[in-house]
Ligand binder design. Structure first.
Ligand code: SF4
Length: 494
């Protein structure tokens, strides 16, 4: 490591993409022929979790090799020469959607470092809420940072640990970090999978059969298993570290047990609908949410129209429950890349029309219920409603399959600051007016929990992280609190 760096604050989310964004996807394999090729396939299945950059580190028993690049998995790993430069039966990979640090090559994961015990690569999904505090301490102790991501904190904590084994150093590092994270890490002796003590971010274990001894897979979601011919074994448990080597899989739980708080937004939007999260198929969960939404906020209409793609299963559930026909009244153009959206204001202003078009015969003269998963700033919802009205809809009602997003996420999801969240600054009528709908309704918090098979939200011990709807942050916001305190004292001084 040769350059000292500073952490930078979160880069602003694109105005043109009015959604919460998942932060990263991680993938790792142990004892699999062509591990890098298998990892590229796994990352391809996890592409929805991050499209800004991607990387793979492989190990062939003597040497670590890595390739990291900006852009999609297909942009970086479809060249056979690149895969051939990553030999070995062991590999870890990462898809990045930047939540901290700019998207520059030195921030692209897996991060890799050479220690006295050998090489170590780490791929991190999530966000450390005390990363800035730890960063300051580490810099004071002489650590030189080469990236601006919070993930590099792991590398330095491992480097300065006084323990001798990789495993003990990793545990030592994990005991100092606070946050929501899933890690897949690789040493010359083992593949590690880690989930934070509350299990906010997902991580699963799979098995690849069909060759000598069988191989192991760690992935953010089960949707990455099919493509590599792996079977689901189990979720990694909150606070669990699995250590995979030729002797098999060993599990340790070095943290004090806490009530788990899996991110409920994974069910609503982030996860791919064909994934199973914590035993619940995401597609079924979304349909159940749609059914509850219909029960809670029914309205007379001629047609249910999803805002594609994420609103589709909830809209199907809404249609099943209400008996109102489901139609694809909005068609999504799947071939709009981020690069096409970005270059000029003129193109950016076209915004939603690049991505979505109205299917006029399904809308004209109809009373339409639009179903979407969330409203963040409201800019996209407003444009979609304008488009649907321009196509001749008689009435437009919007139904949202999450409760109002009133708070920012500090646990690894890219969200605007609170003041930019429409639901944080407006009541229901105000939001309906801004978006331009005849009526607007969200699923209730209890309704969301019921759709996921719980009796409702237990306020003393909620089953999920739902902080972006409630402000109930289960993991301390050390850095955010320190920044607020700093700003307050500056104001007082002023
Ligand atoms: Fe998920 Fe919201 Fe919690 Fe963030 S705050 S982890 S998006 S439920």
């Amino acid at each position: 490591m040769d350059a000292a760096c500073q952490f930078v604050s979160e880069s602003p989310p694109s105005e043109s993409d009015d959604k919460f964004h998942d932060e990263c996807g991680v993938f790792g394999v142990w004892n699999v022929p062509d591990a890098a090729a298998v990892t590229a396939l796994g990352l391809h299945a996890l592409q929805h979790r991050g499209q800004e950059a991607t990387g793979i580190v492989s190990y062939n028993g003597t040497r670590f090799n890595s390739h990291r690049g900006l852009g999609l998995v297909g942009d970086n790993f479809s060249d056979a020469k690149i895969i051939a430069s990553l030999p070995g039966r062991i590999a870890v990979g990462h898809n990045r959607y930047a939540t901290t640090g700019e998207t520059i090559l030195r921030n692209v994961q897996p991060l890799f470092a050479d220690f006295e015990f050998g090489g170590f690569a780490v791929a991190h999904n999530g966000n450390l809420t005390n990363a800035e505090a730890l960063h300051r301490q580490l810099v004071r102790r002489g650590c030189l940072f080469q990236s601006t991501t919070d993930s590099e904190v792991f590398i330095h904590l491992i480097a300065i640990s006084l323990y001798s084994t990789v495993e003990d150093r990793l545990i030592d590092a994990l005991k100092q970090v606070v946050g929501a994270y899933s890690l897949v890490a690789l040493s010359n002796k083992a593949l590690f999978g880690v989930r934070d003590p509350l299990g906010v971010r997902p991580l699963i274990l799979g098995r690849i059969l069909g060759h000598t001894d069988g191989g192991w897979v760690l992935a953010s979601e089960t949707c990455a298993l099919d493509i590599v011919g792996a079977e689901f074994v189990r979720d990694i448990e909150p606070g669990e570290i699995v250590i995979i080597n030729d002797a098999g899989v060993r599990s340790i739980k070095p943290f004090a047990r806490q009530k788990e708080r899996f991110c409920v937004f994974e069910y609503i939007y982030f996860a791919r609908p064909d994934s199973v999260m914590e035993g619940t198929p995401v597609y079924e969960a979304r349909k159940a949410i749609g059914r509850v939404l219909a029960r809670e906020s029914g309205v007379e209409a001629d047609v249910i129209v999803p805002v594609p793609d994420s609103g589709v299963p909830a809209a199907m559930g809404y249609s099943q429950q209400s008996g109102i026909p489901f139609e694809l009244g909005i068609i999504r153009n799947h071939y709009v890349g981020r690069t096409f959206i970005e270059p000029t204001d003129q193109i950016r202003n076209l915004g939603v029309k690049l991505k979505h078009s109205a299917n006029r015969p399904m809308l004209e003269g109809k009373r339409v219920i639009l179903v979407d998963d969330s409203i963040v700033r409201g800019t996209t919802s407003k444009k979609i409603v304008e488009m649907v009205r321009a196509a001749g809809a008689k009435e437009v009602h919007m139904r949202i399959s999450s409760p109002p997003t009133t708070h920012s996420c500090y646990y690894g999801i890219d969200t605007p600051e609170r003041g930019k969240l429409l639901a944080a600054t407006h009541d229901l009528e105000g939001m309906a007016r801004i978006i331009g709908v005849d009526s607007l309704a969200y699923i209730s918090l209890d309704g969301l929990y019921r759709a996921l098979g719980k009796p409702g939200r237990d306020t003393a011990k909620p089953a999920y992280c739902d902080a972006c709807f409630t402000g109930d942050y289960a993991i301390p916001l050390t850095d955010a609190q320190a920044n607020t305190d700093r700003q307050l004292s500056l104001l007082q001084l002023g």
